[in-house]
Each structure stands twice: as structure tokens, then as C-alpha cells.
Design a protein. Structure first.
Length: 555
């Protein structure tokens, strides 16, 4: 049956003419949220019948469609899906950025921890940041000097290994006192002979007296063995403290710091700055040669080795290994003469060569910009970390490096104890070949006087007066206390003791030779409050010990 077009026009109330559809087939009406995709569990087991009439069958109409409803459901869908995808992409990028930041922080923290660990292996406290922040002032003595004891032990030397091959000896084969005067902008070095005869603080396996090179290992309790890794720090400090005390006794100079190195330090430091230039001088035409190094010569031939190393005097470019050879060379002649091999004074020449190497190393490090570059300093510390310990903190290290940076070659000088006016000599004692001061066994007056003159900026020191101090007061130990004070100032105190008071002032200063030692007398009256100077010899009741000046503490 045919129908009119008017029958297909939408009526005023379409629902009234719309066939009823089961509830599960009714479309979702919420326009705010995109319709969910049907879940399997929500679908009927059988497909719902759809009232349709094939086009070939006239008279059957298509079911009415709510176009508004279709528009409502279709339009928001693409926009909401896109918005949701964009949100997920942004969230992923944010997570990646956060992950990268966390990773960088972990890496930075690890690097910082490693830098601090490296610095702590060498220095005594502080962090690596102290190398880039204002430095900590260095400790000084009464004359404004910073004194550093540098000593080297031989445990990493194959020639010093025990017979069984285990554990190197911990002898201090190199002992050097470096004195920095920041105000005067000077540095002076003095090497202490390793065979100098001294008293030990405590009884050791070698006895109560021995060469100074045994002080460290005796005090640390590591004779012939070396401390175990677990207690190395404690033992090392004990040995260094004892050596500092002994050096004070023999030089009259009190070190504020120490640096303990082994043989590898010199080699690594020289290589780290790219080698050094050293002016090498010998006493003979054959140059410098030491038979201790035959084992490292080509084919074990000493003459070949001689020609390869230092055939004549001159300035040589040395790498770390050859700098180490020079630092150790003392012309141990063996079957050869010292004259032929260029180090006639043996260990005394070796000491001066070690000082030359120290100066050359400083110059090269300065010219290479190492001393002012925190990264370069770290690299150097990293190279030396396992082979050096020091009581200098990281902050003090920065100040120390800044002080070195200002020094010119002419500002650095050496003190030769065996020079034109020797204050030490070789001898034999207790069945040992030793070094002793010219003033006698266990009497270091000659050494103290020379070193005091060379290091002091005090004009009184140049006069070289010897002083005896006697306590006439009621305070026990007053003479020893004053001795320490004057010795630290560079004066030479040769005797202390007790005596009756001789005056009303706190101190009476007796000068046997009138109008002599005027600068020393002026220095003493400024240093000792309430003092009287008497240009006469001390009373007979007061022993003089042949001192130029006698001080009596009256009260």
C-alpha cells in the first residue's frame, strides 16, 4: 500500500508514535560523558531483533531515529579522547624530566662523596668545597712562621722489603722541615740527616737511643712491619707526632703540621705536572751515579746506567721515575770512588737534591696553573691520595697553596747543615755509623743556632747568642716553659736549672760582655715583661754553662 509523504514528517510528539524498545536497547541519554563501550557482560546472549524492512519490500518503514540524540553522543567523543591522550603524554614527559633530575642528583651526590673521600684520604678534615671557598688561616709560631714537617717512609721500596718479601720497613729515609713566612713571603727548607743520633721517647726494639729515621716506626709500634689498614690512621698519627717532637728538639723549630709520603708520591706528583727541570751537579766528570740502582740499569751494567742518566752537570728534564732516582741517589760507591760518581758528601748531597726537586715541582705546578685550579688540585690529590697523609685540613690546604702561588724562585732557599760552616758531622757511636751535631752527641746547639739564624726575621737571632735560664721563683717548671718560648722564637737556649733569686724584678738578664748582644737584650726586654738588664756576669751562685746570656727568674 502506498503512503503519502506527509506521513513521514516528524509529528509534534514523536514518542507517541515510536515503537517501544526494550530498556537494554535504549540509547544512553547523558550528554556530559562519552558513552561507554558495551562490555561483554552487558550484552544479551542473543542479538536484539531490529524492525527493518528490506528496500525491496514496500510498505515496511525504517524505525524513527532521534537525530538530536545522535548529535549529542557523537560530537564530544573525539575531543574528549584527544584530551585524555594529551594528558597522558604530558604526564609521561613530566615523569621523564623528574627521573632525569633524580638521576643527575644521584650522580652529583656520588661525585661529591667521591671528592670528599679523596680529599679526606689526604687532608685532616673538611670537604672538597673548602678548595673553592675562602681558605682557613694557617697556624703559626711566635715569629709568624708556618712550619711543616715532610717525611718519607720506605715501605713501598722493593729494596727495603723484609727478607720474606712481606711488609716493607717504615724507616723515615727523608726528613725535611719547610718553614713558610707569609708576611715576609719566604720559604726555607732544611733537611735533617736520617742518621742523626737521638733519644727515643720510649724503649724500642733498637734501644732507647737510635738514628732519627727510626723514631716514626718505634713510636707507631710498627718496626719492620707497618700498621694494619684498620689502625693505620691512629698509628700514623702517633708516629708523626713523635717525629715532630724530636725534630723540635734537634732544630729548635716546632712544626705545626706534618705530611707523610712514600716513594710513589714523588713519582706521581712529577708525572702529574708533566715533568720537572732540575739543575744537577756532581763533583766528578762522570756525573751522578748510585750503585743502588744497578738493578734498573740496562743489562745490569752500571757504566751504561751512568751514561744514560746524568753523564755531566746541567739542567735535566726529569719524569717521575728519574726524579725518584735522583731523590734517592747518595753515591753509595761500593767498589767505586765517590769522586768518580759525583756525590762526594753522600747523604748530604742527596738532601740538597731532594730540596731542588721540591722547588722544581712547585715551580712547574705554579706555571701549569695547578695551584690555582681546584680541578687540577683534586686530580693531584686523587693521584696522591693513597700515598700521602697530612694534618693539614682541606681549608688550610687552600691557604697553603695560595701562599705557595705567591712565592718566586728567589723566595725559596735551602739551609745546608753541612755547608761552608758545617754544624753536623759523621762519626761512629754504639757500633753504628751516625751523624751528630758538631756541638756533641745529643747536643744540638750548633744545629739550633744555625737554623734559628737562617729562619728568623728577628734581628736578635742573627747575633747567635747562647742563653742559660735558671728558676729562682716558686713556680715549678718556669725555666723549661721560658726555654720553650724562646726556642720557638729562634733563640738558642743551652741550659736550664734552678738558682736563688738575684733581683726584685721578675727577670734579671745578665750579659757578661758589656755592649754586646744588644739586639738580643732589646728583644728579651720586650718579650719578658718586668725585666732588668745587667751588663755584667751572673753572680757566682748562678751557673753559666758558658752561655753568653744568663736569665734568672726571680718570681
Amino acid at each position: 500500500m502506498s503512503r503519502k509523504i506527509s506521513e513521514f514528517v516528524r509529528p509534534q510528539n514523536p514518542d507517541a508514535y515510536r515503537p517501544q524498545v526494550p530498556a537494554y536497547q535504549q540509547p544512553h541519554q547523558s550528554p556530559q560523558i562519552a558513552p561507554k563501550q558495551p562490555q561483554p557482560a552487558e550484552r544479551p546472549t542473543q542479538p536484539a531483533p531490529v524492525a527493518t524492512t528490506p528496500a525491496s519490500q514496500p510498505g515496511e518503514s525504517l524505525p524513527p531515529v532521534d537525530l538530536n540524540a545522535l548529535d549529542t553522543h557523537l560530537d564530544p567523543l573525539p575531543e574528549k579522547k584527544l584530551r585524555k591522550r594529551r594528558f597522558r603524554i604530558k604526564l609521561t614527559k613530566k615523569r621523564v624530566i623528574i627521573s632525569i633530575i633524580i638521576l643527575l642528583l644521584l650522580i652529583a651526590g656520588g661525585i661529591f662523596a667521591y671528592l670528599n673521600y679523596t680529599a679526606s684520604k689526604v687532608t685532616n678534615g673538611g670537604t672538597i668545597l673548602d678548595l673553592v671557598t675562602p681558605g682557613v688561616p694557617l697556624k703559626t709560631d711566635s715569629e709568624g712562621r708556618t712550619n711543616i714537617l715532610v717525611f718519607g717512609t720506605s715501605q713501598d721500596d722493593a729494596a727495603h722489603q723484609n727478607a720474606d718479601g712481606g711488609g716493607g720497613l717504615w724507616l723515615t729515609d727523608s726528613i725535611m722541615l719547610v718553614s713558610l713566612n707569609k708576611e715576609a713571603n719566604t720559604a726555607k727548607m732544611v733537611s735533617i740527616p736520617r742518621d742523626l743520633w737521638v733519644k727515643l721517647d720510649e724503649q724500642c726494639s733498637v734501644g732507647s737511643e737510635w738514628k732519627i729515621n727510626a723514631v716514626y716506626e718505634c713510636a707507631a709500634g710498627v718496626v719492620g712491619e707497618g700498621p694494619s689498614p684498620s689502625d693505620y690512621t691512629k698509628k700514623d698519627k702517633e708516629g708523626a707526632t713523635a717525629l715532630m717532637k724530636t725534630v723540635t728538639t734537634v732544630t729548635g723549630i716546632t712544626p705545626q703540621y706534618y705530611a707523610h709520603v712514600n716513594y710513589n708520591v714523588l713519582k706521581q706528583a712529577v708525572d702529574a705536572v708533566g715533568g720537572i727541570s732540575v739543575d744537577i751537579k756532581g763533583d766528578g766528570a762522570s756525573g751522578i751515579y748510585d750503585t743502588n740502582f744497578d738493578w734498573n740499569c740496562p743489562n745490569g751494567q752500571p757504566y751504561t746506567c751512568k751514561n744514560v742518566y746524568y753523564p755531566k752537570d746541567g739542567t735535566y728534564e726529569l719524569d717521575g721515575l728519574h726524579a725518584l732516582y735522583l731523590a734517592r741517589a747518595r753515591a753509595d760507591a761500593g767498589a767505586y770512588s765517590y769522586k768518580d760518581f759525583g756525590l762526594a758528601r753522600g747523604d748530604f748531597d742527596r738532601q740538597l737534591n731532594q730540596q731542588k726537586i721540591m722547588t722544581a715541582l712547585k715551580e712547574k705546578a705554579q706555571s701549569a696553573g695547578v695551584l690555582t685550579n681546584p680541578v687540577a688540585v683534586f686530580n693531584l690529590l686523587n693521584a696522591l691520595g693513597n700515598n700521602i697523609t697530612t694534618s693539614i685540613s682541606t681549608g688550610e690546604m687552600k691557604t697553603f697553596l695560595e701562599t705557595l702561588q705567591k712565592l718566586k724562585p728567589t723566595d725559596i732557599t735551602s739551609i745546608d747543615l753541612n755547608g761552608d760552616e758545617p754544624v753536623v758531622k759523621t762519626g761512629s757511636y754504639a757500633g753504628q755509623s751516625i751523624v751528630l751535631a758538631t756541638s756533641g752527641i745529643l747536643d744540638y746547639t750548633s744545629m739550633i743556632t744555625l737554623i734559628g739564624k737562617q729562619l728568623s726575621t728577628n734581628p736578635a737571632i742573627a747575633e747567635g747568642a747562647t742563653i742559660a735560664i735558671y728558676n729562682g721563683g716558686e713556680t715549678a717548671g718556669a725555666a723549661a716553659t721560658l726555654q720553650t718560648k724562646l726556642t720557638e722564637g729562634g733563640l738558642s737556649v743551652v741550659a736550664t736549672g734552678n738558682a736563688d733569686p738575684t733581683g726584685a724584678t721578675t727577670y734579671t738578664i745578665y750579659i757578661a760582655k758589656p755592649d754586646s748582644f744588644t739586639k738580643t737584650a732589646s728583644y728579651l726586654t720586650k718579650t719578658l715583661k718586668d725585666a732588668t738588664v745587667a751588663q755584667t756576669a751572673a753572680p757566682a751562685t748562678v751557673p753559666t754553662n758558658n752561655a753568653d746570656i744568663v736569665i734568672v727568674i726571680n718570681k
